[in-house]
Unconditional design. Structure first.
Length: 199
């Protein structure tokens, strides 16, 4: 399964789609965000982007060869989330130079697609406002912004423009699929997937 690749691939860029709890109350959303920040510290993870949605959480992690399956398996132990269901996650390893910006855009635009906010930065439970609204939060923005040329301000302006461009299906559908996967060119997929076939 794809999560085995997330376990041991040093500096792996992974999308985790967590459907283990319905994040409908503000209390649950706040607690989930607290747990994300704790997991970052405990496991030395980086969190490039996130969106906490009513039916799922979308998390873009960069791992120091940590087992993300185990991280998510112990995610809510002793927490106020209560009815968290372990094992309801899907994992996608991405080739960052090809997919990092597209993955961040996918995550930041999901609240808009689901009509939770008119603008990505207007959704409180996403990292979009940390990118383009100047809000403080746990997102490690440089992971995505470093894929754009220029100084930080120019990279941020380029990402802000990129965020609202029409999205080609080939950069949306692979993230939406409810299965583990490796996303990248043929060489990347061959190196990181037991199946060796690109999406």
């Amino acid at each position: 399964m794809c999560y085995n690749l997330c376990m041991f691939h040093q500096n792996a860029h992974c999308l985790v789609t967590d459907t283990g709890i319905a994040l409908k109350s503000e209390e649950n959303l706040r607690e989930y965000l607290r747990l994300l920040e704790k997991a970052k510290l405990d496991f030395k993870l980086q969190l490039a982007a996130y969106a906490l949605l009513p039916g799922r959480a979308l998390l873009y992690f960069v791992t120091p060869a940590v087992d993300l399956h185990s991280v998510m398996g112990g995610f809510a132990k002793g927490s106020a989330l209560g009815a968290y269901r372990v094992g309801y996650c899907k994992y996608k390893v991405i080739q960052p130079e090809k997919y990092a910006a597209h993955l961040a855009r996918y995550i930041h635009m999901e609240p808009v697609r689901e009509q939770l906010s008119a603008r990505p930065e207007g959704y409180r439970w996403s990292s979009a406002a940390q990118y383009i609204g100047g809000v403080e939060g746990p997102a490690d923005k440089d992971i995505v912004l470093s894929t754009f040329p220029g100084e930080p301000a120019a990279a941020l302006a380029a990402y802000s423009a990129f965020l609202v461009e029409p999205v080609p299906g080939k950069f949306w559908r692979p993230f939406d699929k409810n299965r583990d996967a490796v996303l990248g060119d043929r060489e990347f997929v061959a190196a990181h997937s037991p199946h060796g076939q690109p999406e």
